[in-house]
Design a protein around this ligand. Structure first.
Ligand SMILES: C[S@@+](CC[C@H](N)C(=O)[O-])C[C@H]1O[C@@H](n2cnc3c(N)ncnc32)[C@H](O)[C@@H]1O
Length: 394
């Protein structure tokens, strides 16, 4: 158990919540207010919520951090109203349970500011803070008012971070060059780079606002923009192997390619698959990754070359052995939330008809690695699919 909490997939409640650090982590990730309240009530280490001592501790342990990294105003207002209601309902049974001065002050200032700002339609910028297994915090700025999908954290991005940080997978990233496509606010790559000794992380995306926000998040978390972590503009529609090899030597070094929730429309499937292919081809032929030839046939028993069938291969129910994955770099891990069956089918069909690639649906394996718990607050896990993409044997 670590300070960031471990969440039950079904209820999103913390399992054996260990005190204020877990309550704080729930709030900083914008967990449902009802879940926060349930954790407060069920936790012996929270000084008997809603006692005044507990309220004071809550203000200190949870809301000091949000002065620098504010949660969304809408969320804050809803949460504080629910907590106030809980305190007031308890006080009808127990006169000693009244609002503490510190809670009252927080409530008045926050709810007043939130109401004013929401009236002006100002609930734009907010921070999501994630506590890693090492207890390091990663704060990510999201900007909801912009009509940009890359300015918020998506479920599959957190799923991929969750999985990547699991002990069985983390060695895949140590000392490797990781390239993330469509990195958005950085919820996969930055959580990974803050926790694991990646040699290089190249975060890519397209719109300038998304890249600016990504740069901001890299700096905010003390990850040097010109060193270990680099932000780069990369348009999937403009990528081919020659372009990567000649103009983007850094991308041509990719050992591991990540993409989360990048298959959200039929339109982007072809260019995304094409980009993955170009990066895998470039990195396989580049000297830095020549040792990681993807021609090993060790995984082929459970995979199919895309030339042999148009029916997407599926993984067996038993998890793929991890060493096999590691030996078979360079590889791409693509996590996608199933929102629209046609889009998912188009993505799989595009993979299947690309003769240079082979792929596996490794969702069952990923879920076996994670079990019934998750390290971060995200929903929809049963709809997230994970695909492992490699070059097909020549
Ligand atoms: C749904 S968001 C997912 C963001 C992030 N991976 C996550 O999980 O939170 C999809 C991302 O793909 C990016 N994207 C869409 N089309 C792109 C293209 N042609 N080239 C590069 N990035 C693109 C978007 O800007 C956005 O950041």
């Amino acid at each position: 158990m670590y300070a960031g909490g471990v969440y039950c997939v079904a209820s999103m409640s913390t399992l054996s919540c260990s005190g204020w650090s877990d309550i704080a982590s729930l709030v900083w990730q914008h967990a449902k207010a009802e879940v926060v309240l349930e954790a407060l009530r069920g936790n012996k280490d929270t000084l008997g919520w809603p006692s005044e001592d507990a309220q004071d501790a809550m203000v200190r342990e949870v809301f000091e951090h949000t002065k620098d990294f504010p949660v969304s105003l809408r969320y804050l207002k809803h949460l504080l109203k629910l907590l106030r209601h809980d305190i007031e309902s308890s006080s009808s049974q127990d006169a000693s349970a009244t609002m503490s001065d510190a809670f009252c002050e927080l409530y008045i200032s926050s709810v007043t500011a939130a109401t004013k700002s929401l009236e002006e339609d100002g609930d734009d910028e907010a921070f999501f803070t994630y506590v890693l297994p090492s207890q390091e915090k990663v704060a990510l700025r999201v900007q909801r008012a912009h009509n940009q999908v890359g300015l918020r954290a998506w479920e599959a991005g957190l799923f991929l971070a969750d999985l990547s940080l699991s002990p069985s997978l983390s060695s895949l990233f140590a000392g490797r060059c990781v390239v993330e496509l469509g990195a958005g606010v950085g919820c996969t790559g930055l959580l990974l780079a803050k926790e694991l000794p990646v040699e290089k992380l190249v975060l890519t995306d397209l719109p300038q606002e998304v890249l600016d926000n990504l740069e901001h998040n890299v700096r905010l978390n003390g990850l040097d923009t010109n060193g270990q972590v680099i932000v780069k503009q990369l348009d999937w529609k403009a990528v081919d192997t020659e372009f990567v090899t000649e103009q983007e030597p850094l991308l041509a070094r990719a050992d591991v390619i990540l993409a989360a929730d990048c298959t959200y429309s039929v339109d982007c499937c072809f260019s995304l698959v094409n980009t993955i292919e170009s990066l895998l081809v470039a990195s396989t032929s580049s000297s830095s990754s020549s040792s990681s030839s993807s021609t090993s046939s060790s995984a082929s028993s459970s995979s199919s070359s895309s030339t042999t069938t148009t029916t997407p291969p599926t993984s067996s129910s038993s998890p793929l052995p991890l060493p096999e994955l590691i030996q078979n770099t360079p590889l791409a891990l693509v996590a996608s939330t199933l929102r629209n069956q046609e889009t998912m089918d188009t993505f799989k069909h595009t993979l299947s008809t690309n003769t240079r690639l082979r792929w596996n649906d490794v969702t069952a394996w990923a879920n076996e690695v994670l079990g019934e718990t998750q390290k971060f607050v995200y929903s929809n896990r049963s709809n997230i699919r994970l695909f492992l993409v490699q070059l097909a044997p020549p």
